[in-house]
Design a protein around this ligand. Structure first.
Ligand code: COS
Length: 378
């Protein structure tokens, strides 16, 4: 199916089995308790999920991007929280170090990240720098062999549990976008602090925190890419991240669709299962169509990345379509469940709350449209 290779199918099936047997039993509770699923991290590490696309030489399993995308999809089908933990760790931290890092940086950081001994995170967002990622105020001033970073980052996924952060800061304010630099920052560096934990509408098990840098000392060799090249590093990382956030949307929508099908079959009203009503059947058909279309867009973007072709426009399209699909499919899944769907008795209300963030993080729906339009008009 979907022209997946044997290896890709193996990973998809392995992650589905793990998600069904070990994630499903805790998915509702971690949401309710706003609890990071610490117990899943060593298990995901054992399965090799944190190093799926990292070459074996750096401690990974040397798989392709599509295999990793399938893993995010399968996790998100059961728990979008698990999907985002893997997505952020891999796409916008580990993979970015592989893509832009020096040999020394790769040797130093990738084995622990790929082995899941350390989680990765990505810290560019600030209170004044959201969609306009260039509006950074965090500063980085060179002092001898180090940079001194000062500033506060917000909404950082994996914030409370990550060991390695990619942090964007201003190295030369006079140069605008070309004065931004990305640094590899370890949580043990002096002056690094995890701030407030956010209480969110959805993906409640994921740890979303402030990151406070107060005279944080970062060795000069931890510049990722070049000084002044940070905007391109961050945008490149986000291009990849958007494919996996798209996969999160596809997985989550698939989970909601399956729940809606099951419920429509068993719920009897007016003397027959509601699935016998054409109104419900058409809703389910449209939901399935949207999920399938999103999946094909996401797999296409992943395959382009695997083939080292340009995929920026396709990843924006995949993420946008999957985000809209996740929102509209989960809303209809709740509708099909009726009153009980609005309660915590069934997981569809969680899916609907989780879906909303997909329209916002790693670039809002509006930003994806900007990216697509710029490619059309370039
Ligand atoms: N890959 C590499 N380089 C890129 C790029 C990409 N995907 N997108 C833009 N660039 C480069 C451009 O080529 C340009 O470089 P040159 O000046 O050398 O030509 C530079 O970056 C500036 O590009 P642009 O003028 O398009 O930048 P803008 O400030 O207008 O921003 C958008 C472009 C809106 C697309 C960008 O700011 C964006 O994606 N914002 C959303 C940020 C986001 O996702 N935030 C969420 C944070 S993580 S939860």
């Amino acid at each position: 199916m979907y022209n997946l290779t044997e290896d890709q199918l193996l990973i998809k099936n392995m992650v589905r089995e793990f998600a069904e047997s070990e994630v499903r039993p805790i998915a509702g509770a971690i949401d309710k308790e706003h609890r990071f699923p610490e117990e899943s991290i060593p298990r995901m590490a054992e399965l090799g999920l944190f190093g799926l696309t990292i070459p074996e030489g750096y401690g990974g399993s040397g798989g392709d991007v599509l295999s990793y995308i399938l893993a995010v999809e399968e996790l998100s089908r059961v728990s979008a929280t698990h999907g985002v933990i893997l997505s952020v760790h891999m796409s916008v931290c580990t993979q970015a170090i592989l893509q832009y890092g020096t040999e020394a940086q790769k040797k130093k950081y990738l084995p622990d990240l790929a082995g899941g001994r350390k989680l990765g995170a990505f810290a560019i967002t600030e209170s004044g720098a959201g969609s306009d990622a260039s509006g950074q105020t965090t500063s980085a001033v060179r002092k001898g062999d180090s940079y001194i970073l000062n500033g506060t980052k917000i909404f950082i996924s994996n914030g409370g549990y990550a060991g390695v952060f990619l942090v964007m800061a201003v190295t030369d304010r006079s140069k605008g976008l070309k004065g931004l630099t990305v640094f590899i920052v370890e949580k043990e560096f002096p002056g690094f602090m995890v701030g407030q934990l956010e209480e969110k509408m959805g993906i409640c098990g994921s740890s979303t925190t402030e990151i406070i840098l107060k005279d944080c000392v970062v060795p000069a060799e931890n510049v990722l890419g070049e000084e002044g090249g940070g905007f391109k590093v961050a945008m490149g990382a986000l291009d990849g991240g958007r494919i996996s956030i798209g996969a999160q949307g596809v997985g989550l929508a698939q989970g909601a669709l399956e729940a809606a099908v099951d419920y429509a079959r068993q719920r009897v009203q007016f003397g027959r299962p509601i699935a016998e009503n054409q109104g419900i059947q058409w809703m389910l058909a449209d939901m399935a169509l949207e999920v399938e279309a999103s999946r094909l867009l996401v797999y296409n973007a992943a395959r382009l990345k695997d083939q080292h072709k340009n995929y920026s426009r396709q990843s924006a399209m995949a993420k946008l379509h999957a985000a809209q699909t996740a929102m509209s499919v989960t809303t209809r899944a709740v509708q099909i469940h009726g009153g009980i769907g609005y309660t915590r008795s069934y997981p569809v209300e969680r899916y609907m709350r989780d879906a909303k963030i997909i329209e916002i993080y790693e670039g809002t729906n509006e930003i994806q449209r900007m990216v697509i339009a710029r490619h059309l008009l370039a």
